[in-house]
Design a protein around this ligand. Sequence first.
Ligand code: C2E
Ligand code: MG
Ligand code: MG
Length: 765
Amino acid sequence: MKPTPARLKYFLVYALLGTSWVLGSFSVSVGWAHTADSSTQLLLLSLAVFVLVSGLYWFVVTQRQSQQQSQQQIDAQVSLERLKLALDSAQEALWDWSLNKQQEVFFSTTYCANLGYSQAEFGTNQQAWQSRLIPEERERIYRHVMRFIAEGDGNYDSTYRMLHKDNSPRWIRSRGRLIKNAQGQPVRFIGIAQDITKQRGAEERLKQANAVFECTHEGVLISDNTNTIVHINPAFSHITGYSADEVIGQKPSMFKSGRHTPEFYKSLWTTLEATNEWSGEIWNRRKNGEVLPQYQTIRLIRDENGFISHNVAVFSDISILKDSQSELNYLSLYDPLTGLANRPHLYERLKKALQAAIDLHKNSTLFLIDLDHFKNINESLGHSVGDQLLQKVALRITKKINKSCTLARIGGDEFVLISETATSPIEAAMMAQKVIKACKEPFVLDNNELFISASVGICLFPRAGDTVEEIMRNADSALSKAKASGRDTFAFYSSELTELALQRIRIASELRHALETEGLQVYYQPVYALDTLQLVGCEALVRWNHPERGLLTPNEFIPIAEENGLISLVDEWVLQHACQQMRQWLDAGTQLQGIAVNLSSRSLSNPALATTVASALLKANIAPQFLELEVTESTIMEDPENADQLLNELRLLGVQLAIDDFGTGYSSLARLKSLPVHKLKIDQSFVRNLPSNTDDKAIVRAIIALGTSLGLKIQAEGIETEEQLQFLQQQNCTLGQGYWFGRPVPAEAFTQLPSASATDQENPA
Ligand code: C2E
Ligand code: MG
Ligand code: MG
């Protein structure tokens, strides 16, 4: 044991004082004692004092030393506690490895507790530590530590995993120092260890989140509390086409598609602020302008005070989904082979068409079209050719119908057509014929010509069916009739209609032929001034010289011509012939003031009417005032705006305008006042019973009074008797026509009329 300076000091003091005392006592006892006994007594006394004093000295010194020692121990304990507290509060655990033979290691309580052990359980050697390393890493970590001890200089810092008592892995960060002796031999390895599992977990999560952020296929946009974009991920750029530089610092509103109302965004923000989250479909726009449907989840991130710090929007591009949705919608409504409506879609359309027909008090038509012997084509040429043929048939029929029609394919070779413009049997029959004709033309498939025909079942609704099921059923039985009557034809649900329609179709085609071959003829009925009874004009009335049925009056063919649009050609034909005739009469010096030509409602809806009239006048070289155009009251009322426009155009041409069959329509006074016409023609139904029928008398009087007050000429039709004439004369009706004056006759006969060339005429009757 090495003497400490304090101990040496106490020893020297003791040795000096003791020696001095012993020597002093001896000399005093020798010098002062008179006898040997007294000298011995004196020496014994001095020794007793020496023992007493040195004992006292020893007591004081040891007492002092022990006081000092316990103070040091207290200080050391305090320091130790302080260190322990510091380490604990820093969650640092201590280890201290003595690199002597025993290889003892001190593991602090925190160290052991971090791994779920008490110090006693944990152990005090390096095996205690080594055995708690994760087995797979044990060897590697141990070697690393041993290498550091062997070669290391400076600080040790290593992170590894150990097993907790409950077998869960814990991340431990261990930092320490190697302490070496004077010879440079490592004697001690001491350091602290920290359980960084939580921190490491957060880091790992952050790393994972970052990987997700970078790699996810979902677009992510982060904006701050001012809703300024601060971060986007690569998927965002990929989906929207915007790079980070283009969007960071901007507002998310730059992606707006304009498809949502301000209310939509308002409700989005309300939900977001109330629940911190919103998700739903939103339509934005890509950089290239394309609309981008997204499924978006927006989450608000709030700070510790509850204020919004960031918004995170995560979205997926659902345009493919939308596309497939619309494809699904498409497939649920359309036939994939032909692109036509399928059965459910057809039923929907039929329902609507039926309701519209009921509401408008008119008929519409449903056609059930079936290809004749289509099965043979499938069987002989294969289904692929069959499919191609069906596609071509669909295309051909589509070309023949107008856009308002619905064409559907409801089965193998069964098509259905709904037409809301085919309102009568004749129109329906003509449409069916068009379809049949279209199918009859040869189809070229794979360089082969294929011939096919179609049968059509027709059902007018609501006339022959007022439910979807009934219409389909009746069309089906009509189709069976068409098939039974040899196919390649149409049939109505009721056989009379089939007959009627066929007849009208025949008439229509004959009429077309008559128009081309001058089979029509114009008759002229004289018009007289009732006061002077002078012939002042005539009305051109069409006739048809039918090769088999003889002379046909307009009532027998005009309605058919109106149904199939031929009427415009008839009107134009009559107009031209009448104008030419007027030219001849004028050239012949007749005093006729004008010639009247009837116009159908179809002609009045033709925007080129004024041009047609002008060219007829020009061609015949007659002044416009010689021509009077008659339009029925019902025609004017059918489409008032259009009628007004065309009548004004005609008036501007300088021709005379008359309202035919006046009294049978529903024109109001106000309407009448605004019409640009010159004449009213009292319908013959009011003249027929004059003067006996008081109602008719009143009506005729009223029409005359009304017309006169509006400055219009009044002409009575159908004057057959003198009484009728007289009554009309009394009422100051200015003009008249009727069998009493003369029937409609061909031009030659009209020219023979005694008054046709004379100025002072007699009563022709
Ligand atoms: P509307 O224009 O009112 O012509 C008068 C009709 O009354 C003519 O019949 C004429 O023959 C008939 N009529 C004349 N006087 C008498 C009479 O005293 N008693 C009787 N019972 N009837 C008389 P029509 O020629 O058969 O013409 C019938 C209708 O056909 C015409 O009625 C007119 O609306 C229409 N129409 C005639 N020609 C044409 C034409 O070229 N184009 C057009 N769109 N319609 C025409
Ligand atoms: Mg007329
Ligand atoms: Mg008339």
